[in-house]
Design a protein around this ligand. Structure first.
Ligand SMILES: CC(C)(COP(=O)(O)OP(=O)(O)OC[C@H]1O[C@@H](n2cnc3c(N)ncnc32)[C@H](O)[C@@H]1OP(=O)(O)O)[C@@H](O)C(=O)NCCC(=O)NCCS
Length: 197
């Protein structure tokens, strides 16, 4: 029996009846995620966003910064997103932030006003439980309703999780920029994914 079912103890039998017959751990986790709330980030979220972001800054080429950021800097970015008309979203699960996603201008020339770049990070420990999907669902809907026509994701390769997430939402492969990024002393290829809204 998956550990997550063992944890539910006495409530287990009833809950198990509602699960798909061949439920994987991820399917079970999605049942528990029903109560996850995706909302606009507020300044009080900054410390938890910094915690999540700093984890990936330190450990992964998936985010492009190398130095840790503090809460003040995250607050500055939340405010900037607001002034630029870009959503900055947080996924709340129980008492913790499960992840965040935001959009930013792709290029600042006016010709690109209807195009935006989007980014997402999920809290370590809550991966593969539908948080990224929930954040992208809300973010893409917000961008569509604000009249944007194209979303771009710049994915540092390899990144199987991000590749699958973008495929799930219908992003198409728009080519690879070879060795254009550097982190941890390595040159990194960036895959461009684009979604027409
Ligand atoms: C990429 C990321 C946001 C995905 O978030 P997540 O909450 O784990 O993803 P979900 O549980 O919603 O899964 C989305 C899809 O990706 C797949 N997936 C998730 N992790 C995966 C992995 N490690 N390998 C392969 N596929 C994976 C899921 O199976 C699911 O596929 P489906 O739509 O066919 O069911 C998360 O891994 C993350 O924060 N990574 C670090 C930062 C990052 O890479 N950001 C993206 C930069 S472009």
């Amino acid at each position: 029996m998956p550990a997550v079912l063992r944890k539910v103890g006495a409530r287990g039998p009833k809950l198990r009846e509602r699960l798909p017959r061949r439920s994987s751990l991820r399917a079970v986790a999605r049942v528990f995620n029903i109560k996850m709330d995706v909302r606009d980030a507020v300044l009080d979220d900054a410390a938890e966003i910094a915690y999540i972001y700093n984890h990936y800054i330190a450990t992964s080429h998936a985010v492009f910064e190398s130095e840790p950021v503090d809460s003040d800097e995250i607050q500055r970015r939340i405010i900037l997103a607001g002034t630029e008309g870009m959503p900055f979203l947080a996924a709340q699960k129980n008492e913790h932030l499960a992840g965040f996603a935001y959009a930013q201008p792709f290029l600042r020339d006016p010709a690109f006003d209807l195009t935006a770049e989007i980014r997402v990070c999920v809290r370590p420990g809550l991966l593969e439980q539908g948080v990224g999907t929930a954040l992208y669902t809300s973010l893409i809907e917000r961008m569509r309703s604000r009249g944007f026509k194209t979303l771009i994701a710049l994915v540092a390769m390899p990144n199987d999780a991000a590749a699958r997430l973008h495929e799930h939402f219908g992003f198409r492969d728009a080519g690879r920029l070879e060795g254009v990024a550097q982190k941890f002393g390595r040159r990194i290829d960036i895959d461009c994914r684009q979604l027409a809204l």
